[in-house]
Structures are given as structure tokens and as C-alpha cells.
Design a protein around this ligand. Structure first.
Ligand SMILES: [Zn+2]
Length: 301
């Protein structure tokens, strides 16, 4: 029963993620062009016909339209459902991790690892007690752990944002070769401010500690950019340092500098070979891989 309830909840979170993906497609397409995100409403770039509300359903609409505009039959890129699918997967992964009693937030960045371990064990014990005797609902008291759960949920939002931000930067970079500075600033500032706010509200000691992580991640981004200084075009050095810092922030103590150097090295090599910028997409892949890795680690602990 509990498993079915959790599965339905994760399903809803995944649908929410897909809806975000649908919006991010609009961001990826319109922000670099300096267009409004709201008007004009979604329309076919070929014939200008407005997308009907029921054809706006993430992922599925592309399938039942068979990848073509309903009006002029112009092909619709598979990129749209692909981005929606990736966002759906991020939401499902982070949601499932939280609800399963674990959390995705990268162990090195937790406020207090023991606190989350306690929270996880209490959650498991309470669910087991409830399953043994559903009438004994009084055993489901999370009082001491609700605060930790709130922090875990808030932190998962921050990490999901970091993953989504890297995804948006990655696709804009792929399309345009560079990312608008406003988008880079927004994408790196929100996770950083979000995390520091959660820390400030919960634990001042941890805040000071994490400021160290923040400093280290910015340092890693800048240092790694210096390593590839000559290979990077002048216009992209600031962006690369910012994206590197975002990665360093996520990786935390897990070898931020090494991680950034490897990622930037691969991205620089790809750029030399193909002329494409893949810095953002590599960061997204890395955050995603870290999230999967940590979920598996937490689940099998
Ligand atoms: Zn059309």
C-alpha cells in the first residue's frame, strides 16, 4: 500500500518535471533571441499556427503528432520531447530519493550527515510500524524529523534547479555556441543563494563550513579555466569559469578541482574537434550521474 502511494506521488513529481521541461524548451529557444517567455503563445515556427492546449502535453503530444505540426505537417525536432524526458527523469530521481527516505544532495554538501541518517532510519521504522498495523497511526510521528525532512526537500529543490540550469545552459550553448551572460548569472546564482539561505535558516555553524565549499568551488572553476586559458575563446572564459564553479559547488568535497579539469578538458577537446560548445551539457550529465550514484549509494547503504 505504502509502495503504491509513493509510486503515485513520484509519478506526479515526474509529470511536474516533464511540464518544467516543456517550459525550458521555450526558455532555450526564446531567451537567447531576446524574446518574451509569455507572448506570443507557443506556435509553429513554419506556419505560425498556435499550438492547441491538448497538443502541449509534454512528451506524449510529440508522439501522437508523430513529430509533425498538426496544421502544416512541418517536422518538430525530437529535441523537444527529449528535453522533457530528461527533466521528467531528474524530477523522478530526486523525488523518489527523498520519498524513499534518502535524499539527493550529494553527501559532501549535507548540513549534518548524521541528522539525515537518523531521519532516514526513523522514516523506515515508522513506515514499517504503519505497515504492520495501519490502525496504529499514532506511531507515525515524525515531530523530531519533520525539520530534517523539510531541509532535505528544500535541498533537493536546489539540486534539481542546478541540474535544470546546467541543462538549459547546455542546450543554449549547443544551439548558439555561447550563453547569454544573464542566463549564466541566473543559473549559477540561484543554486548558490538557495543553498546558503537554507543553511543560514537552519544551522549557522554549517553555513560557515559551506562558505568554504563555495569558495573552493569558485576557486576550482577559475583555476580550471586558467588551465585551459589559451584553448578558450576570450568571450567564453567568464562563462566557463562560472559553469565550472557551478559544477564545483555540486561536487563539493568530492574532488571539485579534478572534476572541473576533467570536464573542461573533455569539453575543450570536443570544441576543437567539432566547433561545438558542450560545457553545460557535460555539467548536466555530471550532476545527473552524481545524483544517480548517490541515490544508489544511499539506497544500498
Ligand atoms: Zn505548422
Amino acid at each position: 500500500m505504502t509502495a503504491i502511494f509513493l509510486a503515485i506521488l513520484v509519478g506526479w513529481i515526474a509529470i511536474l518535471g516533464a511540464a518544467f521541461g516543456s517550459f525550458f524548451n521555450v526558455v532555450i529557444w526564446r531567451v537567447p533571441e531576446g524574446m518574451s517567455l509569455i507572448s506570443p503563445p507557443s506556435h509553429c515556427p513554419k506556419c505560425g499556427a498556435r499550438v492547441r492546449p491538448f497538443d502541449n502535453v509534454p512528451i506524449l503530444a510529440w508522439l501522437w503528432l508523430r513529430g509533425r505540426c498538426r496544421d502544416c505537417k512541418a517536422p518538430i525536432s525530437v529535441r523537444y520531447p527529449f528535453v522533457e524526458f530528461l527533466c521528467c527523469a531528474v524530477a523522478a530521481l530526486f523525488g523518489a530519493s527523498i520519498l524513499a527516505g534518502g535524499w539527493v544532495g550529494f553527501a559532501s554538501q549535507t548540513l549534518n550527515w548524521a541528522e539525515f541518517a537518523d531521519y532516514s532510519r526513523a522514516w523506515e521504522a515508522a513506515v514499517a510500524a504503519f505497515e504492520a498495523d495501519p490502525t496504529q497511526t499514532t506511531t507515525l510521528t515524525f515531530d523530531g524529523y519533520w525539520a530534517a525532512a523539510q531541509k532535505a526537500i528544500a535541498l533537493s529543490f536546489v539540486w534539481a534547479f542546478a541540474a535544470y540550469a546546467a541543462l538549459i545552459l547546455g542546450f543554449v550553448e549547443w544551439d548558439k555556441g555561447a550563453v547569454p551572460k544573464s542566463l549564466v548569472l541566473f543559473a549559477t546564482a540561484v543554486p548558490v543563494v538557495g543553498l546558503l539561505t537554507i543553511l543560514a535558516l537552519s544551522d549557522v555553524g554549517a553555513l560557515a563550513d559551506r562558505c568554504g565549499v563555495f569558495g573552493a568551488s569558485v576557486g576550482s572553476g577559475v583555476a580550471a579555466t586558467l588551465v585551459f586559458w589559451r584553448a578558450l575563446p576570450r568571450s567564453e572564459r567568464a562563462e566557463t569559469a562560472a559553469i565550472g564553479a557551478l559544477w564545483g559547488f555540486c561536487a563539493g568535497y568530492w574532488g571539485a578541482f579534478l572534476g572541473v579539469v576533467v570536464l573542461l578538458g573533455v569539453a575543450t577537446a570536443v570544441r576543437r574537434k567539432t566547433g561545438r560548445n558542450v560545457f553545460g551539457l557535460l555539467i548536466f550529465s555530471a550532476i545527473f550521474a552524481l545524483a544517480v550514484g548517490e541515490s544508489v549509494w544511499f539506497a544500498t547503504r
